[in-house]
Write a protein that binds this ligand. Structure first.
Ligand code: ADP
Length: 266
């Protein structure tokens, strides 16, 4: 608590009392702390590839340039580290965009089956590479919904990309759109992947939180995918849940309130 004391004075008697204001600053402090952590995380995430790039560039200028096979490898590392930084900065931009324009969704009537099949199409190369099979099902009674198509595309891309990243070769992914008990649209992405240990589940939506940093990095992850997805879903007035079991698989469900046709924003 922050306490402010103001004395009450009487002209002839001096101080006769005080007004104490107790202000609960827990939330403000927590916000400030998470902001500090975020800046520290971003700095660290950017510093790591930059340090790598610097040392490989130095090695090249100190002689590796004259050994073509070695030089090729070093240039390859520099390129992939640069790509990582671009991904990270792109993700950060997405986050800040949804932080600042919470309510400015551009809702349009979207055909759900078409939207889900297009997501799968965008990943057809990775899916084929890992021999992962995908099924898409949309409930008969819920064929369309009023959604910000760009936003939800990004949510689905992040979730399907995770499902592929964390599923071993030959696995499968099921994508379904149904109406849940609360009358909301529920889009679920279920995989037969490595799963998430129970102890990590509560923190999984935090920015930069990963179960296995090295694995996520190797897969090209930034640790921001789920937090971006949640921001966008929240902007739609919806919520996200995740259910997972190690070595069995993961189900991520996006719940979105049904907005009547003709509504322009949340
Ligand atoms: P990343 O870029 O690391 O994938 P995300 O925010 O998308 O970041 O996910 C955070 C972490 O959650 C991942 O590093 C991974 O450990 C875990 N995770 C997310 N989706 C899945 C999934 N479908 N299966 C297993 N683990 C997952």
């Amino acid at each position: 608590y922050r306490v402010t004391l103001t004395p009450i004075r009487r002209r002839d008697k001096g101080v006769v009392g005080a007004i104490a204001v107790l202000q609960d600053v827990t939330e403000a402090e927590m916000l400030e702390q998470s902001r500090r952590e975020f800046v520290a995380n971003v700095s660290h995430e950017l510093r790591t590839p930059l340090t790598t790039i610097k040392s490989y560039a130095e090695a090249l200028s100190e002689g590796a340039l004259n050994e073509p096979p070695l030089a090729d490898r070093f240039v390859g590392v520099i390129r992939s580290e640069t790509e990582r930084m671009i991904r990270l900065v792109t993700d950060l931009l997405h986050l800040s965009r949804f932080d600042s324009r919470r309510n400015q969704l551009l809702r349009q009537n979207v055909d759900l089956l078409e939207m889900l099949e297009e997501v799968v199409d965008r990943f057809s190369f990775q899916l084929r590479q890992k021999a992962i099979t995908v099924s898409v099902k949309v409930e008969e009674t819920r064929k369309t919904a009023m959604l910000d198509r760009d936003g939800i595309d990004q949510v689905l891309d992040n979730l399907v990309s995770n499902a592929i990243k964390y599923t071993l070769d030959g696995g499968s992914i099921d994508i379904t759109a149904t109406t849940n008990g609360d009358g909301q649209l529920a889009i679920a992405i279920k995989d037969t992947g490595i799963g998430i240990p129970k102890k990590d589940l509560p923190r999984i939506f935090e920015r930069f939180y990963r179960v296995d940093k090295a694995r996520s990095r190797n897969m090209g992850g930034t640790g921001l995918g789920l937090s971006i997805a949640r921001e966008i879903v929240r902007a739609h007035g919806g919520s996200m849940t995740i259910d997972s079991e190690s070595n069995v698989g993961t189900v991520v469900t996006v719940q979105l309130p049904i907005v009547p046709e003709g509504s322009e924003s949340a």
